[in-house]
Design a protein around this ligand. Structure first.
Ligand code: ATR
Length: 280
């Protein structure tokens, strides 16, 4: 029940209608019997500043931030966590005396992978060079990955990201094009992550960027797309006998990390996972 003491959290983005985050966070709040509520708010770009000022005035405890505000939001925050500063994007805010921005997207992906295998000393190959690739690649280096390969359709975008990884973290990072260069890197790759929208519902049969013959069975393949569960990239991985990680795991763990930031408590993975699977 919502009372005079209920603490407010939520999501700002545009659109927000199909978000699964309320199911996870509200399930977590009820599990711990915390008097908190999580509500999504559609916020247009031009209203972002007012939305943050309003949330602060209304005594919000925390917010998630999604597309298209993850970068723009930074100018309205007082401080950033170390990884949010490096990544240059924020998906979680905590309101205290100061408003602090965090990034749990990369953390979510890394935790999903580390359920199976530690990231430390691994060669990671990432398909795509957009916002998700940026958050994940930085976090992989922060977690001790030995090498990052960014494979992208537009080579210049991959190059820009790898330059950033080298400048900011002294990473062993390299940009490649799709096709033969990618194929060559995959031979001794440990982990492959798809961050492109290829294969996302409703385009579930789009041609994948890799085929099973380019993969090997010691590879771990993660797709951050969660609808469908088994994407075209994961199907190729299964054909090659590689281990797979579903996109739902990143969503799950980025949510768990945000929940921890707001409440200081670690919700059981099962509670968040059930909330997601019941509504996906
Ligand atoms: P996000 O911020 O969610 O990561 P994004 O910034 O739109 O999304 O990035 C999407 C990535 O997927 C980009 O790297 C994009 O490649 P380009 O840099 O060449 O645009 C990649 N991508 C999108 N559609 C693609 C397709 N049909 N084939 C190959 N790559 C694609």
């Amino acid at each position: 029940m919502i009372t005079g003491q209920t603490k407010l959290t939520g999501l700002i983005g545009d659109p927000v209608e199909h978000t699964l985050s309320p199911y996870m966070h509200n399930a977590g709040f009820s599990y711990f019997r915390l008097d908190y509520v999580y509500v999504p708010f559609q916020v247009k770009k031009e209203n972002l500043k007012k939305a943050i000022e309003g949330a602060r005035s209304l005594g919000f405890k925390g917010l998630n931030v999604t597309i298209p505000h993850k970068i723009e939001i930074i100018q309205y925050l007082d401080i950033l966590s170390n990884n949010a500063e490096l990544i240059g994007a924020v998906n979680t805010i905590k309101f205290d005396d100061e408003i602090k921005g965090y990034n749990t997207d990369g953390l979510g992906a890394v935790r999903a992978i580390e359920e199976i295998e530690p990231i430390k000393n691994k060669k990671i190959i990432i398909l795509g060079a957009g916002g998700a690739s940026r958050a994940i690649s930085f976090q992989c280096i922060l977690n001790g990955a030995s090498e990052i390969i960014i494979a992208n359709r537009t080579y210049d975008k991959a190059l820009k990201l790898t330059k950033n990884l080298i400048d900011k973290l002294d990473a062993d990072a390299k940009a490649v094009t799709l096709g033969d260069e990618l194929k060559h890197e995959l031979v001794d790759g440990d982990i492959l992550i798809n961050t492109t929208p290829l294969g996302m519902h409703p385009h579930i049969n789009q041609k994948p960027l890799i085929t099973s013959d380019m993969l090997h069975e010691d590879l771990i393949v993660n797709d951050i797309i969660y609808n469908p569960t088994e994407t075209v990239h994961l199907k190729e991985a299964i054909k090659a006998g590689a281990k797979t990680i579903h996109g739902i795991k990143m969503l799950l763990y980025q949510g768990i990390e945000s929940f921890k930031i707001w409440t200081g408590r670690e919700p059981p993975v099962k509670i968040f996972e059930k909330a997601l699977r019941d509504h996906i």
